[in-house]
Ligand binder design. Sequence first.
Ligand SMILES: Nc1nc2c(c(=O)[nH]1)N[C@H]1C(S)=C(S)[C@@H](COP(=O)(O)O)O[C@H]1N2
Ligand SMILES: [Mo]
Length: 267
Amino acid sequence: MKKLIKKTISQIFSTADSEAIVQEAQKQIIRELDAPSRRLFLQRGLTLGGVAMLTGCDISDNASVENALGKISGFNDRVQGWLFGSTRLAPVYAESMITRPFPFNAFYAEEDAPQVDGNDYRLKIAGLALDKREWSLPALYNMAQVSQVTRHICVEGWSAIGKWGGVPFGDFLRLIGADLTAEYVSFKCADEYYTSIDMATALHPQTLLALTYDGQILPRKYGFPMKLRMPTKLGYKNPKHIEVIEITNKFTGGYWEDQGYNWFGGS
Ligand SMILES: Nc1nc2c(c(=O)[nH]1)N[C@H]1C(S)=C(S)[C@@H](COP(=O)(O)O)O[C@H]1N2
Ligand SMILES: [Mo]
């Protein structure tokens, strides 16, 4: 039955992420139902009609389907937010397990990755922070750094283990006097990519403002001069080539998220 819905959803959307949408719908439905209805629902199988019933949407046209799926995704963000353990750690690996070569991915080919000039580069801080000074690369390199070997999981069907080094992002946020009660931290990148994350993940001990990959200055393809590395989130939530960091209460979405990927994007 899962195949059937996937087929129906992909007929409506003709996008590649129908599998993810169906998985989210199933997860949400299973969490939301009380025990007797859950049993009934699982017996009957998950149907689009079932999704309609749960979301109160009439699934007979594209707009309503989008609305229903949007509700599911929004619900999923909240559930993931509640379930997110702010101190639970993602697995770390031995250096011998690093995937070589580590894959490149972006919404364009590798040769089109932005060429950021490290001498001119200034990281900009916007929104709810006391100290909005711009940061040069030497200033960032001067901060205390840590490194970690973690797994990057991409929804396109691959995962790989890599080693990133940099400044724990929570330390950086505290240093600039960011409002740690704000809801979101959002990122603008040198290549038009953008994304945003919840504050709990921003403050997670493994969230790194990454300046190196495998002991070297972060190469162009992996996000020079700086990316945010979060082993607790899927690949698309990890912005490369960051130019602006904004602390905000305004929801700003993301490049893939605005095209239907789940916003929380936990891994
Ligand atoms: N600026 C920027 N960041 C990005 C992307 C992008 O296209 N541009 N793609 C995302 C996706 S979908 C993935 S899987 C990872 C890939 O990172 P990698 O090249 O280090 O493997 O970067 C993420 N961050
Ligand atoms: Mo990805």
